[in-house]
Each structure stands twice: as structure tokens, then as C-alpha cells.
Design a protein around this ligand. Structure first.
Ligand SMILES: Cc1cc2nc3c(=O)[nH]c(=O)nc-3n(C[C@H](O)[C@H](O)[C@H](O)COP(=O)(O)OP(=O)(O)OC[C@H]3O[C@@H](n4cnc5c(N)ncnc54)[C@H](O)[C@@H]3O)c2cc1C
Length: 504
């Protein structure tokens, strides 16, 4: 979608001062469509985040369909009729009169437009790095997100539950091997990155849920399992026939899990006996199997096991009281003498370096999520500041607000630059710890700033779920910490820069 623009005939009622209920012609570019679909006169979408649905002070009674070219100017006709009566003098041509003089806002000002699926992407990362079928597949995903997922998000957040309808809507899209997309591209880091980006641009909990299967669990099997295990399980993972999660973190060991991992695996004949506790395990409540990392009591090496959630000795406790990613369920998983057959062991995990290899692959996905959430926050902020008026004009017209928007776009564009290049290198076969750590560290740091700026420009409404930025604001905190905190990723980068490990 491109940001819709006012046309000369577009009317809107501005119920707030200084209009005081008078109907007048809009002189400002309006967001009168919702993600590609034009609002009908007086219609209100049920989508909580659509510009038509939101009870903004200026929601259009009669939205105009927009000339959507990237550089189409605001319409001059609306401008002249909305000029304050007290304007000191009139301005010529496309300039407009303000109480302080003439402004050229009505000239041919280029206006960045937001694509319905990829957001505001002035450097064109998506069209440059994705084939047309891949873009189409993600546009299909966006339609489902808008039609089915978005309307559920506010209640999901309030109730801290993930509606089953969300995954039920996403699974049939076959997003790990979408129809029409070349198999190599569907498997690529680039496509998986943009998939996470699109998901996170709508909601980070949904992206995290999907990525628990497509990223964490799938990577564990593909990179931790033998060739036979991967060949057998991967198709089932792609179709969600086998839902799995990744259980590495423990109550006593987060950042120091490599050396500290305390869950044990003891060989007993052909079986293994697992004891210990895992924490923060995303999606465990619905999983068929939990990928448990445990230390072999015989050789002290870390090994990995696929444990059915319903196996004897497995106990789950849902973590409550979260202020970030509320709909996404995380669990404490207790393993109490759980018996796993030899066939449940992932054969390519024989020590921490193998776990690190899996983490290296997964980390780029989180960097993409950090980029996507910035795109969602920026879109929501731009929508809002174009609509919200103070001092008789949209707040988007104030210089201090525009500086914040520019910074948000700069953060987003920088983040996209990093993740796109990281994925390009990974698709060329180059997986480097410090590169994925650098990307995760920087994008998550920028995301935190971007969502804070978005929250600022939306004012008090920025803490309300209905304006979207509140979710992004809160969710950026989880992204900042999971799959390696800022500090741990910076230590990986610092070690590469100096040759000295500063972990201990
Ligand atoms: C929403 C969410 C979902 C998650 N999902 C999963 C999941 O599905 N599976 C899973 O296994 N884990 C999951 N995790 C766990 C996540 O990976 C850990 O939270 C993360 O690794 C950090 O560990 P910690 O929270 O225990 O922090 P700690 O390790 O206790 O760190 C606390 C603080 O100390 C800092 N610190 C620690 N060591 C150093 C050091 N040497 N130098 C400088 N600073 C240091 C950290 O950076 C951090 O700021 C999830 C976490 C969250 C929040």
C-alpha cells in the first residue's frame, strides 16, 4: 500500500478545535485506506490498527481513494479553503499562508509511501532482494495478518493468551515452502528474514510464535539432527504436523548457559534419563516435542533430545505477569527422571560448539524481527501524526515531530541494511558468530529507540493498545534480551575485534 493522499474533493470532518464541528476540506495527506483497501464512506473497519477503524479525532467520513504515486503532491484546492481566516497575508502558487508567513508544503513535495507488506522502504530492499513470487507470497501473508490476525491482537494482549485462530490462519499458507516460490529461495535466509519482518511488522508475539517453529525448532533439527533425522522430520516441521520448541535456558543459567547448563542426561542402557529445569520456553504449552539440551553426566558434553511434552516426568508451568510479548506463552519446564530413547537424541549435537552453530543460524531471524517491529511502529506513528491535530494542524507538521520520524526511518533503514547483507552472506554459505551477533545487537538496540520515539509522537495515546505502538514499545524489550542479550552479543563482537574473550 502506498500512503493514500487527499484529493481535491475529499472532505473530512474535524470535530476538534479550532474547527469546532465545522466540516471543511482537508488540506493534508490523509490515511484514508487500510492496507490497500479503500474505506467506504462512513465505514469503519473492525481492524484495531487500521486507520479507518481507529477512533481518531479525524477519521474520515468519506475517505477518498488516493492518487498513490510516490511523489504526488498534496492537493492545493483543499489547502486554500482551509486557511485560517486570520492569516496575515495570502501566498502565491502552491504555497500556503500560515500565521507566520508562507510555507511551501503544498508544492510538489515528495512523500514517502508505505507498502502494505514491506512498510516504508525508501531504498527498496524488498523488491531488490526478493523475487516477484516471494513478494507475492508475503503479500498473501499480509492479507491474512490484516484480515484474521490483526483484529485479534488487542484482546490477545489484554488476556495474555494466544488465540488458536492465529496459527490456524498461518499454517495453511505453507510459509516455509510457499507455492510458486523456488525451493532454494524459500529455504533462504533472505526469505525467512523477510517472512519474520512481515510478521513482526504486524505483531512481535505472532512473529515469535511462528519463528519458534520455523526458526528455533527447525534449525535445531536441521543443524543438530543427523541427515536421516532432518530428512524425516523437516517436512513434518514445515507443515506443523510436528510442533516443537527449543529449551536451552534454565532458571539459574541464561547468558552463561554454555558453561553453566545444569540439566543432566544419564545413559541407562539404550535410553537416556533427563533431569533438570528449563525456563522461558516459548510455545511449550502447545508443542508436541520439546528440544531439551542437557549435559551428559559421562563426558560433560551438551547433547540434545526430543522429548514429548506429554512424556512421564515432564511438568509445565506457564509464566505469568509478563509486560512484553504477553500473548506468547512461555513456560518453566521441569524434567523429573524423564526417559528418552536413543532415537530421540539429535545426533549432531555433541558439545557446546554444535549448540553455538545452531544459535548462529537462529540469531539472524531475531535481527529481522527487530527490523520488522520498527517498520510496524513507524507505520503506526506516521498514520497517527497525519491525523492527530494540535494547534490547528496535524502534529506531523511540527519540526520536532518530523525529526523523530526521520530518526525512526533512519533506524529502520539501517536495520534493514544490516539484516539484508547478513542474510545475503549466509545464503552464500558464510555463517559467522560475530556477524549475527552484530546484527542482533544493533537492530535490537535501534528497535528500542524507534519504538520509544513512536510512543512519544503518539502522546498519551501511545500507551493505548488501540494505536499499536504500545505493543511494539513493550515487545521491543523482549527482543532486546532474548537469543542473546545486548551485552552478550557485544562481547562476541568485542572478542572478534580484540582477540580477547571478555566473558568472564
Ligand atoms: C520473551 C522471552 C522468550 C524466550 N524464549 C526462549 C526460548 O524459547 N528458549 C530458550 O531456551 N530461552 C528463551 N528465552 C531466554 C533468553 O534467551 C534469555 O532470557 C537470555 O539468554 C538472557 O538470559 P537471562 O534472562 O537469564 O539474563 P541473565 O543472563 O541473568 O543476564 C542479566 C543481565 O546481566 C548481563 N550479563 C550477563 N552476563 C554478562 C557478562 N559476562 N558481561 C556483561 N553483562 C552480562 C546480561 O546481558 C543481562 O543484562 C526467552 C526469553 C524471553 C525474555
Amino acid at each position: 500500500m502506498r500512503w493514500p493522499r487527499s484529493s481535491a474533493t475529499c472532505r473530512s470532518s474535524w470535530p476538534t478545535p479550532p474547527c469546532r464541528g465545522r466540516t471543511r476540506r482537508s488540506r493534508w495527506p490523509r490515511t484514508s485506506t487500510t492496507r490497500g483497501s479503500t474505506c467506504r464512506a462512513g465505514a469503519r473497519s473492525t481492524s484495531p490498527s487500521s486507520s479507518c477503524a481507529r477512533p481518531t479525532p479525524t477519521s474520515s467520513a468519506a475517505c477518498c481513494s488516493a492518487p498513490t504515486s510516490r511523489c504526488s503532491p498534496p492537493t492545493g484546492g483543499c489547502a486554500t479553503s482551509s486557511r485560517p481566516a486570520s492569516s496575515p497575508k495570502s501566498c502565491r502558487g502552491s504555497s500556503r499562508t500560515t500565521p507566520h508567513g508562507c510555507s511551501d508544503w503544498g508544492a510538489d513535495v515528495p512523500v514517502l509511501v508505505s507498502d502494505a507488506t514491506f512498510g516504508i522502504d525508501p531504498l527498496g530492499f524488498a523488491p531488490t532482494h526478493l523475487s516477484a513470487p516471494a513478494q507475492d507470497a508475503l503479500r498473501g501473508l499480509q492479507r491474512v495478518l490484516d484480515d484474521t490476525v490483526r483484529p485479534l491482537l488487542t484482546d490477545a494482549w489484554e488476556s495474555a493468551t494466544m488465540p488458536p485462530a492465529i496459527l490456524e490462519a498461518l499454517v495453511p499458507l505453507d510459509l516455509m515452502q510457499p507455492r510458486g516460490v523456488d525451493a532454494a529461495e524459500a529455504e533462504s535466509s533472505m526469505f525467512s528474514g523477510f517472512r519474520n519482518y512481515v510478521l513482526a511488522r504486524t505483531d512481535v508475539s505472532v512473529a515469535t510464535l511462528y519463528n519458534a517453529q520455523s526458526g528455533l525448532f527447525r534449525a535445531a533439527i536441521r543443524h543438530g539432527g543427523s541427515a536421516d533425522q532432518a530428512a524425516e522430520l523437516d517436512p513434518r516441521i514445515r507443515s506443523f504436523d510436528l510442533a516443537g520448541v527449543f529449551a536451552l535456558t534454565e532458571p539459574g543459567h541464561g547468558s552463561d548457559i554454555a558453561g553453566g547448563l545444569a540439566t543432566t542426561a544419564r545413559a541407562d542402557g539404550d535410553d537416556w534419563i533427563l533431569d533438570g529445569q528449563k525456563r522461558w520456553i516459548g510455545g511449550a504449552d502447545k508443542a508436541d516435542v520439546i528440544t531439551v539440551f542437557a549435559r551428559d553426566t559421562a563426558d560433560a558434553r551438551i547433547k540434545a533430545f526430543l522429548v514429548p511434552r506429554t512424556a512421564d516426568g515432564v511438568h509445565l508451568r506457564t509464566m505469568t505477569g509478563k509486560v512484553s510479548l504477553r500473548p506468547m506463552q512461555n513456560a518453566v519446564v521441569t524434567l523429573d527422571g524423564v526417559r528418552a530413547p536413543a532415537s530421540a537424541r539429535l545426533l549432531q549435537v555433541n558439545g557446546w560448539p554444535d549448540v553455538a552453530r545452531i544459535l548462529r543460524v537462529m540469531r539472524s531471524d531475531v535481527a529481522w524481527i527487530a527490523a520488522g517491529l520498527q517498520a510496524g511502529a513507524l507505520d503506526a506513528a506516521v498514520r497517527y501524526v497525519r491525523e492527530r491535530e494540535q494547534f490547528g494542524r496535524p502534529v506531523g507538521g511540527f519540526q520536532l515531530v518530523q525529526e523523530k520520524l526521520a530518526r525512526m526511518l533512519a533506524n529502520l533503514t539501517s536495520s534493514l541494511g544490516i539484516v539484508v547483507q547478513l542474510s545475503a552472506r549466509q545464503d552464500a554459505g558464510e555463517y559467522v558468530d560475530e556477524n549475527s551477533a552484530l546484527a542482533k545487537m544493533q537492530t535490537a538496540r535501534l528497535a528500542r529507540e524507534t519504538v520509544a520515539l513512536a510512543r512519544e509522537v503518539v502522546g498519551g495515546n501511545g500507551i493505548l493498545l488501540e494505536h499499536d505502538v504500545a505493543r511494539f514499545f513493550a515487545d521491543a524489550e523482549a527482543v532486546y534480551s532474548y537469543e542473546g542479550t545486548h551485552e552478550i552479543n557485544s562481547l562476541i563482537v568485542g572478542r572478534a575485534l580484540t582477540g580477547v574473550s571478555a566473558f568472564l
